[in-house]
Ligand binder design. Structure first.
Ligand SMILES: Nc1nc2c(ncn2[C@@H]2O[C@H](COP(=O)(O)OP(=O)(O)OP(=O)(O)O)[C@@H](O)[C@H]2O)c(=O)[nH]1
Ligand SMILES: [Mg+2]
Length: 308
């Protein structure tokens, strides 16, 4: 008998949801950075082992929506929570419990879905702190399992994998055995570039940046060569200057780092990356541009106030 189900990775920004997803899938399909709000839309990652197929949905970290962009990010989370069979709530063991975490917990309590709690980043804390944390969460919700682990070091990973498989409903697989993600090559390429921008910038820039792949020319792909034209979109002229850097140095570094990763990802010898920086004031509030950037919109489902 096979089992199959949708599993949502839910939690505050920066707790390690995408790191966890990559580890569960065994390939890097989601970008990761030390800046909160890295993930902007749902990503599917499929893991098929033995008789079970878990379809993971990596979601944007739950936060207060300011711009239209952020409202869309939160719609993705609510929509996802409604439709899944199992929730994996990820919390950061190194951060103390606060309003943000309380909000996530309220969402979970409201949806009443079967939920596994993952206490992530235990490599950053003293072991003595693990038990009190688990005891606290145990009082808040009737979790199926509570698992302390480190998504970067991999401790306790087997336990998580096994518990997820045990909690999937019986049923037919939805995807072929070797299917890994629903992301297109274009969106992966754009995400790889955005990851490098996030890594190389700070302050408001990570939140003011989007990447649009304008062309992915495959004419010479069989010879191992792909040409890509992409734009880094920022909100203000001053931000454009920062991304370009002195004598164009920063955008050059971002381009080189991205190109190397893209070559690996596309499995070609050489990528020619034509990278431009464009200022589009207010892009985060422009519906049409958000559509083009692939930040989906769904009917707004109000599961409660967002107030933290
Ligand atoms: N020390 C440590 N760092 C971790 C662990 N898991 C994730 N991180 C780091 O935490 C940061 C955030 O990781 P992400 O996977 O991008 O977090 P996320 O929850 O997807 O964040 P958003 O997409 O912004 O909601 C990165 O710098 C990761 O390397 C862990 O177990 N231990
Ligand atoms: Mg993420």
């Amino acid at each position: 008998m096979t089992s199959s189900g949708l599993v949502a990775l839910i939690g505050r920004p920066n707790v390690g949801k995408s790191t966890l997803l990559n580890r569960l899938i065994g390939e890097k399909i989601a970008i990761v950075s030390d800046k909160p709000q890295t993930t902007r839309h749902r990503i599917l990652g499929v893991r098929t082992r033995d008789a079970s197929q878990a379809i993971f949905v990596d979601t944007p970290g739950i936060h207060r929506p300011g711009f239209r962009l952020n409202a869309r990010m939160m719609e993705e989370v609510y929509d996802c929570l409604r439709s899944v069979d199992l929730v994996v709530q990820v919390v950061d063991a190194s951060e103390s419990y606060g309003k943000g975490e309380e909000y996530v917990l309220n969402l979970i309590q409201k949806t009443e879905k079967p939920t596994i709690l993952v206490l992530n980043k235990v490599d950053l804390i003293n072991r003595a702190k693990v038990l009190p944390s688990l005891e606290f969460y145990n009082q808040q919700y009737d979790y199926r399992e509570m698992i302390p682990l480190s998504a970067v070091k991999g401790d306790n990973f087997k336990v998580l994998e096994q518990k997820i498989a045990e909690n999937l409903p019986q049923g037919e697989w939805q995807y072929p055995e070797d299917y890994l993600t629903n992301q297109t090559e274009r969106s992966m390429v754009s995400e790889i570039i955005r990851e490098k921008v996030l890594r190389r910038t700070r302050k408001e820039l990570p939140y003011s940046t989007a990447v649009l792949v304008e062309a992915l020319d495959e004419e010479r792909r069989e010879q191992g060569f792909v040409r890509i034209v992409a734009s880094i979109i920022v909100d203000k002229q001053s931000q454009k200057k920062i991304v370009i850097g002195r004598a164009g140095r920063l955008v050059k570094t971002i381009g080189t780092e991205a190109r190397l990763d893209i070559e690996k990802f596309l499995q070609v010898n050489k990528v020619y990356l034509d990278l431009n920086v464009k200022t589009i004031p207010g892009w985060r509030d422009r519906e049409q541009l958000l559509d083009e950037l692939g930040v989906r919109s769904t009917d707004y489902i109000d599961l409660g106030i967002i107030d933290h």
